[in-house]
Ligand binder design. Structure first.
Ligand code: RIB
Length: 305
């Protein structure tokens, strides 16, 4: 393949999903639905979402030499993701234990497994992949040092999109490279060390921009997203189409992948986000993560102005 629209560096997990009426409290047991096993992981999800939309996509990740790893490779190949950067072995494939409630909301516990063995040396070994991609997208289900190495290895023309999930304190060099830093409400609160009553997504974005990223996107679920650009000093709300949510798992990954791809095509932040919210909205209407991702023809229309 001659260059990539998007290189995703991140996790690949087997998602073990159980539907529940409500989540158990501490010390409590509840019964749930039959177990479903889906290919997931924020990195693999992003790459599948982008490829399904038509982006030339590659993934740098690590899976185990096991049935879960084979499930993931099969899903990636079926979507058309270039898997030459997917390393195999070293630890079992990562696993995510997911509960989904009747409103479609999920909670997730991840056992990183092989994702924790995706090292800075793996990034250096994939320097050619990094150079050949218009945009590189990363998340935090892999070691932070691996993400820091992406920043050091990126060519000056490269662009990094980072979703710091699950959130951790970020080194200044990583923050400064983000264009954009994409956060939901939880991640914004964590990175800001808490927020006060009366704070708005606009104020979170302003405070996050002050930490160094070139741009910030705050995802707002059914309300769409807020995009803020440090270069122009503008902040714009982007509404999402109204859809009936079945399962929100992986919708943020689909949003991020679509945004990163469209930015790489030269779109400005509000235009790329207006496309990405349609992709995220489509993804919540079906269950699972990768199994829910739309093709271009399946996207809902943009909401009326
Ligand atoms: O963002 C959703 C993903 O988070 C799931 O697929 C799960 O694997 C966890 O990584």
């Amino acid at each position: 393949m001659d260059g990539y629209d998007l290189l995703v560096v991140g996790s690949a997990n087997a998602d073990l999903v159980i539907g529940v009426e409500r989540r158990p409290g501490p010390g409590e047991t509840v019964l749930g639905s039959d177990l479903a096993i889906h290919p997931g992981g924020k990195g693999a999800n992003q790459s599948v979402a982008a490829a399904r939309l038509g982006a030339r996509t590659a993934l740098l990740a690590r899976v185990g030499e096991d049935a879960h790893g084979r499930l993931l490779l099969e899903s990636l190949r079926a979507a058309g993701v270039d898997v030459t950067g997917v390393r195999v072995g070293g630890a079992p494939t990562g696993v995510a234990l997911i509960t989904v409630d009747p409103s479609g909301d999920n909670s997730i516990v991840v056992s990183p497994g092989a994702n924790a063995r995706l090292t800075a040396a793996d990034v250096r070994g994939a320097a050619e992949l990094l150079r050949s991609a218009r945009v590189v997208s990363a998340q935090l289900e892999i070691p932070l040092e691996t993400v820091a190495e992406i920043v050091r290895t990126l060519p000056p023309t490269g662009r990094l999109v980072l979703n710091p999930s699950p959130p951790r304190e970020l080194p200044a060099a990583v923050l400064a490279a983000c264009d954009p830093l994409i956060v939901n409400e939880h991640e914004a609160r964590f990175l800001l060390g808490g927020t006060a009553a009366g704070d708005t997504p606009e104020s979170w974005a302003r405070r996050l921009l002050a930490r160094g990223p070139r741009s910030v996107v705050v995802t707002l679920g059914a309300a769409g997203a807020l995009v803020a650009d440090g270069r122009t000093g503008t902040a714009v709300r982007v509404p999402a189409p109204r859809v009936a949510a079945v399962d929100t798992t992986g919708a943020g990954d689909a949003f991020t992948a679509a945004l990163a791809w469209r930015l790489g095509r030269g779109e400005d932040l509000p235009t790329a986000a207006a496309y990405a919210v349609r992709v995220g909205a489509a993804a919540v209407t079906r269950s699972g993560a990768q199994s829910s991702y739309p093709t271009e023809r399946e996207l809902p229309a943009a909401p009326e102005e």
